[in-house]
Write a protein that binds this ligand. Sequence first.
Ligand code: AMP
Ligand code: ZN
Length: 140
Amino acid sequence: MKMKDANCIFCKIAAGEIPSKTIYEDETFRVILDINPATRGHALIIPKEHYANIYELPEDTAAAAMVLAKKLASHIAEALTCDGFNIIQNNGEIAGQTVFHFHMHLIPRYEDDGNQDKLCLNHLELSEEELEGICQKLRK
Ligand code: AMP
Ligand code: ZN
């Protein structure tokens, strides 16, 4: 039985209970056009099972999502002749997540799309010691 959250809009979209502009579907994923697109062709890869974020996502679904993102990026780039491509995935409110069902954004980019070249994040100036401290904490 599929894991679903009765109050989740992406569970309903993935199950076909709410109509969407679907560009691809298989047993595991539905891929739809974003209702409020950043650019022409902005699409969302949505697993059919409910996982709130990347921490909950099983590794096999994560791997399949990445392979699908790779295939669709090539397909969208060719079909829409874009000039670049962003793949974005937000986790947590502070990171910009608004729908708490894992999804990946596929965003074709165009020379004249009016967005900034890079993601809108500030850059920190960290000392060598600070970088080393973080490196020590993260090294596996
Ligand atoms: P995020 O901010 O990463 O959680 O992304 C959520 C995305 O879902 C936003 O880009 C919304 O425009 C999009 N979205 C929300 N509701 C719908 C919907 N009913 N159909 C298609 N896209 C949606
Ligand atoms: Zn859901």
